[in-house]
Design a protein around this ligand. Structure first.
Ligand SMILES: Cc1cc2nc3c(=O)[nH]c(=O)nc-3n(C[C@H](O)[C@H](O)[C@H](O)COP(=O)(O)OP(=O)(O)OC[C@H]3O[C@@H](n4cnc5c(N)ncnc54)[C@H](O)[C@@H]3O)c2cc1C
Length: 377
């Protein structure tokens, strides 16, 4: 793989940076929002970048969803606003199962409106008692007189309450299946979730005897986990991209501060330990970026076999982002602690990234198996 982005990706990167600059003046307000911040969503819609999250046959920009493009865009958006990044990423995560495994009718019904931002999707896997251990979920799907009936409770679901539909993982006789449940269906209701350290649109979604058409499954009965893992292969690589954007923004902020603030008669960055902390942070950012791009490129060329690379990149980049932002706070002294300052927002935003879409420890467990299997070959 080349180490430089080509002109197509550079142009997308420039568009994403332009969008981020547009949102920057109201990013603090957007990032505190517990529902959709309309000016942010309007800017995202107008940018046209949402076309990246669905295939071109259904209103998208590229023939297939391009993980490298999504990774690069998230890098630029996360540098400025978690809310902007989340709105963009969720359009992809919530709709990718339909792009990858949905029927033509499902694709034609939902994807064009996702690509314009007219509607928002959500991907509902987690339950009150099932987080990392997805195979223990208890939501059920059963056939009843030619229809499907969905029951269960999903917890900590991004876009809960604002989504037009939920892609839900539920248990049936054949195993775990994905099913598409429009919000407007009777029996679907939402309870708002808690306010997180980095506020996020989140909530619990209840499905009580929700009657769905017989063709509401996404993909084959019992094959839901495979589609969910394919989705994670694409989007874990993009979480890595977002982590790189966050880390780079923290580094930029810390360098700006430490070049201008003087102690002991010299800029902080020239006082040995401060500059060294920042150089270590710089090395972390550069390594994480290479890994993020490489895993996204693998997910682009071979999505079915990209999960291990994407998991490794997500693990490495989100852990690196936490290290980087912690060092950067340190170099800014008390100025890094001010509530809602750029640095403090980045510090809070980094933390959830090591938990959602595969917590670091569970990624390590899976990757250790992969590592052992590779050495056997
Ligand atoms: C901001 C945010 C947005 C989210 N959005 C969504 C969403 O849209 N849809 C959705 O379905 N879910 C969503 N989630 C939920 C998220 O996917 C879960 O938080 C995640 O899967 C971890 O599950 P848990 O929080 O229940 O932690 P647990 O599974 O209880 O894990 C707790 C700790 O134990 C560790 N652990 C667990 N199992 C093992 C093991 N086998 N070996 C070693 N360590 C282990 C974990 O790594 C973690 O450190 C979101 C979460 C957050 C924070």
């Amino acid at each position: 793989m080349a180490f430089e982005l080509d002109d197509v990706y550079r142009s997308l990167q420039a568009d994403a940076v332009a969008l981020a600059r547009r949102v920057e003046p109201f990013a603090v307000e957007a990032d505190e929002s517990l529902t959709v911040h309309e000016p942010t969503l309007d800017a995202l819609r107008e940018s046209g970048l949402l076309k990246l999250v669905v295939p071109s046959a259904f209103g998208g920009m590229t023939e297939h969803v391009d993980p490298l493009a999504i990774c690069i865009v998230r890098e630029a958006l996360m540098a400025v606003s978690t809310h902007l990044d989340s709105l963009f990423a969720l359009q992809g995560i919530g709709s990718y199962p339909i792009s990858a495994a949905g029927s033509d009718a499902q694709r034609a019904d939902w994807l064009p409106r996702v690509a314009t931002g007219e509607i928002l999707p959500a991907f509902a896997l987690t339950e009150p008692e099932a987080g990392s251990d997805l195979r223990s979920i208890t939501s059920t799907l059963r056939e009843d007189d030619g229809a499907l009936v969905l029951d269960g409770c999903k917890s900590f679901i991004s876009n809960a309450g604002v989504a037009a539909f939920y892609v839900v993982l539920a248990r049936e006789e054949a195993g775990l299946s994905l099913v598409l449940a429009p919000t407007a269906t009777p029996g679907v209701s939402v309870r708002p979730g808690p306010k997180l350290i980095a506020p996020h649109i989140i909530g619990d979604v209840l499905f009580e005897a929700v009657a769905l058409p017989h063709d509401a499954r996404i993909g084959e009965p019992g094959k839901g986990i495979a589609v969910a893992l394919q989705t994670l292969a694409v989007f874990r690589a993009s979480v890595a991209g977002a982590a790189v954007g966050l880390a780079q923004a923290a580094l930029d902020e810390a360098v700006r501060h430490t070049r201008t603030r003087k102690q002991f008669g010299r800029p902080l960055i020239e006082l040995g330990a401060v500059g060294q902390l920042l150089v270590d942070a710089w090395a972390d950012v550069e390594m994480a970026r290479l890994l993020a791009y490489r895993s996204a490129e693998r997910a682009r060329t071979d999505p079915a076999n990209a999960l291990a690379d994407a998991s490794l990149a997500k693990l490495a980049a989100t852990e690196a982002a936490s290290r980087v932002v912690d060092k950067c706070v340190q170099t800014m002294g008390r100025f890094g602690l001010v509530r809602n300052s750029k640095m403090e927002r980045l510090y809070r935003a980094a933390r959830p990234m090591r938990i959602y879409e595969g917590a670091s420890e569970t990624l390590r467990v899976g990757l250790a198996r992969d590592l052992a299997a590779r050495s056997e070959r």
